[in-house]
Structure formats: C-alpha cells, structure tokens
Write a protein that binds this ligand. Structure first.
Ligand code: PEP
Length: 247
C-alpha cells in the first residue's frame, strides 16, 4: 500500500512572515496518519518555515534547485544549501519553470541526479498542454518527459512524480478523475517498462491541477493517484481539508 503524499506548491506567494503565520495555523490540523504533508515554499521562506514546523509532521520542500555543487551561478541554490536549511523535497520541472525559464528534460535529468545524491526527494512534474491533449499526443508527450528526466533503478524509489496537465493548473479546470487516472496509470506502466512491475507499484504518482477540498477525495481514491500537488488551495488554512480528505 503506497502512502499518500499531499504537497503544497506556494509558487511566488507568501512573504516570510505570512508563511510562518500560515504554517503555524495549519500545523495542528494536518496530522493525517495516512498522509505525508509537504510544503514547497519560496527560497526566502525556507529557513523561517522549517523553524516554525519543528516537531510537527510537516516536511518542507523547495520549488527549484541547481544541479551544480557550488560556484559562480549567481542567484541559484545548491542541494547542499537546501539540505542544510532543512529541506527534504524539491519540485523539479514544474510547467512554469519549463515554460518561463526554458528548463529542458536534459537539465531536469541533471537536477534529478544531483538532488538524489544529496538525499533530497525530487517531485518531478510532467503534463501536457491543451493543444497536445486535443491532438491526442498526451501519453507520448508525458512518456518522453518521464523517460528523459528519470534516474537509475537504485534511485527511482526515492522519487515522486506529479502529473499536472498544464490546462488544469490555476485555471479551476480540474481534469476528470478518469482523465487523471488514465495518465497516472499510464505513467506507472512507463515505470514498469523502464524498471519492473515491483518498482512501478511502489512509486508515488500525484495529480496536480486545481485540486481542492471538494474534488480531493474522489481524485485520491483512484488506483494510481497517490495524492496531490496543490497550488492555489495550499495558500489557505482550508488546505487542511485536503490533507484530511479521507476523514
Ligand atoms: C501547481 O501549481 O502545481 C498547481 C497544481 O496549481 P493549482 O492547484 O492552483 O492548479
């Protein structure tokens, strides 16, 4: 039985003081024993938020990382810096980073390997545009994103995937449970081809795209959906209702 993961992606929202206020309010309400709770937060919020969640079950993630150890890479953060600050997870290849910062599958593969070397759990995002869905190339496109970004058999079980159809992110337009399950189930078969069935059965695959407290239970009840990556709805105290989707 795979444990659920429910991760918030705050994107470029929340000043440090707003961030501390939100996690302080949320921490007593996100104690679902069936769920790993992760907040992926802006870099500047990491240190105060790690301090504010100490002693709770909340994990803190970053939204991005660089694939070099150190050096002349102005503006970037290394995996070592993230680990030292208390980060356990990092989002890799969110569609906004692919789109606005030109991150390719090749660069994402370097990031995947580098964060795993440092013991950070990558949450690799994949997902198609509306145009690709309408052309009927969703599965081929998602498969390419997974195959090109992925890692070795020894490392794969320390990773999480998030299927996020771009047309459902921040639009209020959630994929139907059937659409979400179809692609998450397909991703599992890609892992079976790349590794083996036992490995594929253990990898946690999340759905992301306008998840909220009303649709979470149905989405997370699908056989291949092991939780969610939640944007807008993770910025409010009601996020606790998503974490407690099964209560
Ligand atoms: C996201 O940013 O990863 C996301 C899924 O956003 P939203 O939940 O707002 O659609």
């Amino acid at each position: 039985m795979r444990r659920k993961v429910i991760a918030g992606n705050w994107k470029m929202n929340m000043t440090p003081s707003q961030a501390v206020k939100l996690v302080t309010e949320l921490r007593p309400n996100v104690n679902n024993p069936d769920v790993d709770v992760v907040f992926c937060v802006p870099s500047i919020d990491i240190v105060p938020v790690v301090e504010a969640v100490k002693g709770s079950n909340i994990h803190i993630g970053a939204e991005n990382v660089y694939y070099q150890e150190k050096g002349a890479f102005t503006g970037e953060l290394s995996p070592e810096m993230l680990v030292d600050a208390g980060v356990s997870h990092v989002i890799i290849g969110h569609s906004e980073r692919r789109m606005y910062f030109n991150e390719s599958n090749t660069v994402l593969n370097l990031k995947m390997h580098k964060v795993l070397e440092h013991g950070i759990i990558p949450i690799l995002c994949c997902g198609e545009t509306l145009e690709q869905r309408e052309k009927g190339i969703t599965l081929d496109f998602v498969k390419e994103q997974i195959v090109e970004a992925y890692v070795t058999k020894e490392q794969v079980l320390h990773t999480i995937v998030a299927y996020e159809p771009i047309w459902a992110i921040g639009t209020g337009k959630v994929a139907t449970t059937a659409q979400a399950q179809e692609v998450c189930g397909f991703i599992r078969t890609v892992f079976e081809e790349l590794y083996d069935k036992e490995t594929a059965d253990q990898i946690r695959i999340l759905y992301g795209g306008s998840v909220n407290a009303s649709n979470a239970a149905e989405l997370f009840a699908q056989p291949d959906i092991d939780g969610g990556l939640v944007g807008g709805a993770s910025l409010k105290p009601d996020f606790a209702d998503i974490v407690n989707y099964n209560k």
